[in-house]
Design a protein around this ligand. Structure first.
Ligand code: NI
Length: 172
């Protein structure tokens, strides 16, 4: 297993659209193990393959309190969204330190393959529903800050670019 580097907003690779996984192969199992390790190490509750620069429709999630319920969703498709919507603060491992409100469906039903390539349907509500929608957006090349106003988004972009520059300079 290995920790994978996470792309940081506004890296243009975060806006690539992921392609479907044709068949779950051994390299996907390695990717899943590495993504889970990376997510847990970063204290995240979800990670999309897009964020580690692999542009295939695969996400890992663990929204459990005890961090012991890893969920692997391959080729996820939303089959139902609740009409009720709610605004909640979100964060993202690709936009470290930024939290802001995004309105999303309160509950979702998603069909996906699991890590063994079996089809399963997941019903999610609350934090898990938010996480599923957030991670599925990544597969479409969408980062949560794109739901915010252009003013806020530009401020975040500037802050992220400055942080990256400072990190580069302190490395010399
Ligand atoms: Ni994210």
């Amino acid at each position: 297993m290995a920790l994978l580097p996470i792309l940081c907003y506004p890296d243009p690779r975060l806006h690539k659209v992921a392609r479907p996984v044709a068949a779950v192969q051994p390299r996907h199992r390695t990717l899943i193990a590495d993504m889970l390790e990376t997510m847990y190490d970063a204290n995240g509750i979800g990670l999309a393959a897009t964020q580690v620069d692999v542009h295939e429709r695969l996400i890992v999630i663990d929204a459990s309190e005890a961090r012991d319920q890893p969920l692997v969703l391959i080729n996820p498709e939303i089959v139902w969204l609740s009409p009720e919507r709610q605004r909640q603060d979100e964060g993202c491992l690709s936009v470290p330190g930024i939290y802001d409100g995004v309105e999303r469906a309160v509950a979702v039903r998603v069909q996906a393959l699991d890590g063994d390539g079996r089809t399963r349907t997941i019903e999610a509500e609350g934090l898990l529903a938010v996480c599923v929608q957030h991670e599925m957006d990544h597969l479409l090349g969408k980062v949560f800050v794109e739901y915010l106003s252009p003013l806020k988004r530009n401020r975040i972009k500037t802050k992220m670019l400055k942080a990256a520059r400072d990190a580069r300079e302190s490395a010399h």
